[in-house]
Design a protein around this ligand. Sequence first.
Ligand SMILES: O=C(O)CCC(=O)C(=O)O
Ligand SMILES: [Fe+2]
Length: 309
Amino acid sequence: MGIMIKDLIESTDLISVSNSKHALPAKVEDLTTLAEESVEQVALPIIDFSLLTSGSPDQRSKIVEELRNACLHWGFFMVVNHGVPQSLKEELINSCMNFFDLSLEEKSVYEGENASDPCILDPIICGTNFNPASRSVSFWRDYLRVLVHPVFNSPVKPEALSEGLREYSNRSREIMKELTRAIMEGLELEEENIEESLELNSGVQKFSANLYPPCPQPELAIGLPPHADRGLLTLLIQNDVGGLQIKNKGKWVAVNAIPNSIMVNIGDHMEILSNGKYKAVLHRAVVNNKETRISLVMTNGPSTETYVT
Ligand SMILES: O=C(O)CCC(=O)C(=O)O
Ligand SMILES: [Fe+2]
């Protein structure tokens, strides 16, 4: 496989990324907004998940209303009291870090047979956006992507990854279903049974670990370019290093998760379900020159058989 960024910076003395494929042409991005300090930090709405599942009817209605406002004005919110133990989050982050620490040879098992065909998803794929053979722009990110539902997959190494991933897949699916129900309620589009009509119990869950090693010239590179997510809702957890920015009212703002929260955002299927009322908001990841950032992202979609209208 081609070298990954983590292995590249560990094997060489990379001090500059300008004139390399990691540097962005000024036209692609407004570079002045890439430096962390030039972007305003905002506090996203906080949703108390426990009140949805075990609050009084009044408490639940209040959360439904808060979700409505969060979806309408931000497309991103932080969920607290979600029931995912902090220990599971830490274990998952550690085992993903350990995965990236494997040798290139061990990681290359997951190069992906269909990597060049976006229509075929490999059950497990690991790679980087760095392509030494290409002159086009590439991004400062290594990744591992695993399809975890309806069929569960996991790399065999490190061993702890598989167990944590299965547990997190199950728990995040429950959170996603409950949030979807509450969001539908807030839209007054209460379907008889949203789980059934979207076949959520056989929904597609894709897990990605994104690794952003320190970059010598972060102002010239980007971790992940602006995009909106596929699916209904995306759940994101990360280590303590910031880097996520979202586009809000026409400008980029930095969002930092409060400890022990899960960041959730609207995907394009939810935008369609809400008849365009809730937008799948653009977001991107910037990099820094000090610390490695890791984000663990679970996208949750309907089943492959469902037409979302
Ligand atoms: O790393 C992040 O904060 C963003 C990751 C992301 O947006 C994605 O994987 O879709
Ligand atoms: Fe994303």
